[in-house]
Structure formats: structure tokens, C-alpha cells
Write a new protein. Structure first.
Length: 359
């Protein structure tokens, strides 16, 4: 009998504890997305949270001020429940705010010890407020950080978190980059490209095609789809090369004050989309396709590297790479006099697997 009483007490304690936690969650507005737009001489903040008293639907709080912390207080004045930012998953900036500089936000939020290093940063094409409005009343699974996270995990887009942003921002010889979001014609949020910063200011936006090659150049995620063109005689048609694995190596050499950076890629995969008129069952066609694919990837990568130099941004850390090889290297001198003259060499080796090319 005593054992039965003890068991009932333990079960009751567990049930009560669980109920207590549920009550706490239901009575706290835990902000998971926080974004900023320009508003006069200050900013307008839009915060998203899941309202668990309304089946987890997305709700919005907004505040206007010149200081970020004041905006959070304004939101608190609109809320009947306490506001917390400890569970923040995403920081977003309108293109206008990003172009003016995000130093204040990096110091205020990204360096705050209560903010996770896995928070996602993003730039929004229009306004964060319009993005927030498009999500109002939707299920919490529609939060935009889910969109970014799953595409990073599937190696569809380059990798970026607060941790990598802080490393690039405070490190020498490198610039940071984050996903670029927009509302499409159907008012759905999509990843439209990648935003490249110079210092703390937005300088360059890569489109979706360029983002594919930027991801390769990062060397972290080499799997994914690479579109290209198949040509034979007068015929030409789009195709897709799907990389299943790969390796990237880079090295820097300085000879007589000339710096050359070499990228070498080994990509393994299959062509799973190609025209009917191009038979991959023929050895000559397979070799021709491989040659065309290698040359096109090389051309796109070289074009992107030169674009970074032309725009004066260094998201790949070329400066940091040369710093590790040169004595007396200084960031100011490198970008003022040396970066424009860096030579790039790109080697591509593609290995086609049988799967997807047999007929």
C-alpha cells in the first residue's frame, strides 16, 4: 500500500510539473524572428512569435524608436504577457537598413550572451514589416528560418549563422554574407540570392545562379544541382548536373609580388536532366558533355571571383588566406593596392557516375 501511495505521489508530481511548464509557455511571448526597417530618423521593428493560446499561429508585435532596446520596450507595452528574446532564431534587415550599416544590431544582439550562435541573419528585399504581414495568422512551421535552415541542411544554399557572421565581421581579410529573401508574386517567402557585405554595409547581392557557384567556392557544401547548357552542332538545350560529393582545395602563391590563388575542384555526380536528342549512351557524347560542363563551371566561378574583386568585397577570405602566407601583411594595404591584382586559376574535374546517364 505504501508503495502504491509513493507511486501516485510521483505520478502526480510529474503531471503537475508538466502542466506548470505548459502554463509558462502559454503565458510568455517568446520572440523568434526580429527584423528592422528604416522609419524616419529611426527604425521600425517587427517581431514574430507563435501564439500557443491560438494553436501556435504566428502573431506580430511592432515598435518604433531610434534605439533597438527601446523598440523591445515598446513591444512590451503592447503585450499582456512578458516578452523574451532568448529563443530568437532569426534577425532580419531590410535592404535599406543593411545598406546603411548593421553595426549597431551586431553589437546589441549578436554579441548578447543570451542569443544563440545558431541564429540566422538575413536581408529582406522589401520591408521586414511586409514580410511579417504575409505570415500573420499562419502556422509556426512557416517561420522563414525554417526555410533557410532546411535549405542549408540540404546543401542547397551557402552556410551562414551568427557564429560565421561574427567570425567574418571581426576577422581580418574577410567579409560576411547572409541569405537574401523576398516575397514572390504569390506572396510567398523565397530565397532570392545571397547578400554580401563590406564591413557592416550591404554591398552586393548575388542572384540564385551566382549563389550556386558561391556555395561551391565556400567549399563546405559541394552537393546540389548545377544547371548548364549542352551543345552539339547547331543544337543547344539546358541540362542539370547533380553533384553527390566533391572536394575543393585552394592555395595561394606569391611570386615577385604577384599573388595567384588556385581553386581545384573534384566533383562527382550524375546528369539527371538532358535533352532526348543527346544520347549519353555514346562514349563520345559523354566525353563532350564532361568537357562542356567543366568549362562552363570554370567560366562561372572565374566570373564570380572577378566580380568580388571589382566590387571590393571578400566573402571568401582571400585577404585572410594571403595574410597567412605574407609577413607584414596589413588589411588596409592589401585591399587598397593588392586585391585588384590577384590572379585566379580554377581547375575543374568532373566524374560522371553511371546512375542517371545510362539509357
Amino acid at each position: 500500500m505504501n508503495r502504491m501511495k509513493c507511486l501516485l505521489i510521483i505520478v502526480s508530481f510529474i503531471v503537475l510539473t508538466g502542466c506548470s511548464n505548459a502554463v509558462v509557455v502559454d503565458h510568455i511571448r517568446s520572440l523568434t524572428v526580429l527584423g528592422f526597417d528604416k522609419q524616419g530618423s529611426g527604425y521600425k521593428a517587427s517581431a514574430l512569435y507563435a501564439d500557443y493560446e491560438d494553436k501556435g499561429r504566428i502573431k506580430v508585435l511592432q515598435g518604433e524608436a531610434k534605439r533597438t532596446r527601446v523598440m523591445i520596450k515598446e513591444m512590451a507595452f503592447q503585450s499582456a504577457q512578458p516578452i523574451q528574446i532568448e529563443k530568437l532564431k532569426m534577425l532580419a534587415f531590410s535592404k535599406e537598413v543593411a545598406a546603411e550599416g548593421v553595426k549597431t544590431f551586431i553589437k546589441t544582439f549578436c554579441r548578447d550572451p543570451i542569443i544563440s550562435f545558431y541564429v540566422t541573419l538575413a536581408v529582406v528585399d522589401d520591408s521586414v514589416a511586409s514580410l511579417a504581414t504575409s505570415l500573420l495568422g499562419k502556422d509556426s512551421k512557416e517561420f522563414p528560418y525554417h526555410l533557410i535552415d532546411q535549405n542549408m541542411k540540404q546543401e542547397m544554399i551557402p552556410h551562414s549563422t551568427v557564429s560565421s557572421v561574427l567570425f567574418d565581421y571581426y576577422g581580418l581579410g574577410r567579409d560576411f554574407s547572409v541569405p537574401y529573401l523576398k516575397l514572390n508574386d504569390k506572396k510567398q517567402i523565397e530565397i532570392a540570392g545571397y547578400a554580401i557585405f563590406q564591413g557592416d554595409r550591404l554591398k552586393l547581392i548575388l542572384n540564385q545562379e551566382e549563389m550556386v557557384y558561391y556555395k561551391l567556392l565556400q567549399g563546405r557544401s559541394l552537393r546540389g544541382d548545377i544547371p548548364f547548357e549542352i551543345r552539339k552542332g547547331a543544337k543547344q538545350s539546358p541540362a542539370v548536373f547533380h553533384t553527390t560529393s566533391g572536394k575543393m582545395k585552394r592555395k595561394v602563391a606569391t611570386v615577385q609580388s604577384e599573388t595567384k590563388v588556385t581553386y581545384s575542384f573534384k566533383l562527382k555526380g550524375m546528369v539527371n536532366e538532358y535533352p532526348d536528342w543527346f544520347s549519353l549512351g555514346e562514349e563520345a557524347n559523354t566525353k563532350s558533355l564532361t568537357d562542356q560542363l567543366e568549362k562552363q563551371i570554370q567560366s562561372h566561378i572565374l566570373a564570380l571571383l572577378r566580380k568580388f574583386v571589382k566590387e571590393g568585397v571578400d566573402p571568401l577570405g582571400i585577404g585572410d588566406l594571403t595574410r597567412s602566407r605574407q609577413r607584414g601583411w596589413t588589411e588596409q594595404r592589401f585591399y587598397a593596392t593588392e586585391y585588384d591584382d590577384v590572379q585566379f586559376d580554377v581547375h575543374i574535374h568532373v566524374l560522371l557516375t553511371k546512375a542517371g546517364i545510362a539509357e
